[in-house]
Design a binder for this molecule. Structure first.
Ligand code: IPD
Ligand code: CA
Length: 284
């Protein structure tokens, strides 16, 4: 990875006790790097991949996903053997430490299999007792990017602290969108019609984790990503929150974790309300 330098460790655990976010971030970085290395290695011989459809033609998986998750899990098992893990490909492994890792080894599998760059390895650690995210890494291996955050310690990428703009000028907002579940996709046309005339432009990349990392690192101003699962968003949500952004659904802002329904609006404080209003008309 080109810019995976460690963020300075300068803030104490704001909760005062419980799992140490700085220690978890160190592990998250190692785990994400292991997943990224495995996924990249498979790209070198992509023609050998066996591609399967999980629930249909829009839901793909290959050995690259499964082996990348195994590589992430091997780091977690070595460094944090008592923690639980939820991964997209290998499911839930119980733990007893109060820390649960949420892992998507390749978020954006379709893009990955098409040889595109918009996929990511997403690794987050959560405090199960207090239901809050503690540490997160989103690696974009084809771009040599890694963004990371820990609770109370800010979001960092390439050695730079990331801060989301607070302005409310919707006309100058570049907005990432996702099309959602099949039922939500029926409204995709209305969603685009509601947003496009009001914003600078829309982008649709193939990875929710990447979309959230783009908001956190200033490559987009906001993201509307409905219908996603915890492993798609857990790490990216902390990146946005620790960069000063707001994460919620179309009803409320949810601090410290992600909206349980999986509909995510991520934006700076000034853009959230105008975007929420424009979208609420479509999804009411
Ligand atoms: C997918 C990506 C995509 C989103 C899908 C997810 P996957 O993750 O995040 O952006 O639209 O809903 O399933 O399946 O490639 O890990
Ligand atoms: Ca995935």
């Amino acid at each position: 990875m080109g810019d995976s330098r460690a963020a300075p460790s300068r803030d104490a655990d704001p909760g005062g006790s419980g799992p140490d976010p700085a220690e978890l971030l160190t592990v998250a970085r190692l785990a994400a790097q292991a997943g990224a290395d495995t996924a990249r290695a498979w790209r070198e011989r992509a023609d050998e991949l066996r591609i399967e459809e999980k629930h249909g033609p829009a839901d793909l998986v290959s050995q690259a996903d499964r082996e990348a998750e195994s590589a992430v899990r091997a780091v977690l098992a070595r460094c944090r053997p008592l923690d639980g893990v939820l991964g997209e490909e290998h499911g839930e492994t119980g733990g007893e430490s109060g820390v649960r890792w949420i892992v998507d080894p390749i978020d954006g599998t379709t893009s990955y299999l098409y040889g595109r760059a918009d996929w990511a390895v997403s690794v987050a650690a959560a405090d199960t007792a207090r239901d809050r995210l503690l540490a997160a890494v989103v690696a974009e291996p084809m771009l040599g990017r890694m963004a990371e955050a820990r609770l109370g310690g800010g979001t960092w990428s390439g050695g730079m602290r990331c801060r989301i703009r607070t302005g409310d000028d919707l006309a100058r907002a570049l907005v990432e969108v996702n099309l959602g579940t099949p039922r939500q996709q029926e409204r995709a046309g209305q969603m685009v019609a509601a947003l496009l005339p009001r914003v600078r432009d829309l982008r649709r990349s193939g990875s929710a984790a990447t979309a959230l990392a783009m908001v956190a690192t200033g490559r987009a101003d906001a993201a509307w990503i409905p219908g996603i699962r915890p492993w798609d968003c857990a790490a990216g949500v902390l990146l946005v929150q620790e960069a000063g952004g707001l994460v919620g659904d179309l009803t409320e802002v949810i601090p410290g974790t992600w909206p349980p329904g999986g509909d995510i609006l991520a934006a700076g404080s000034g853009l959230r309300e105008p975007l929420r209003q424009a979208l609420a008309v479509v999804y009411r």
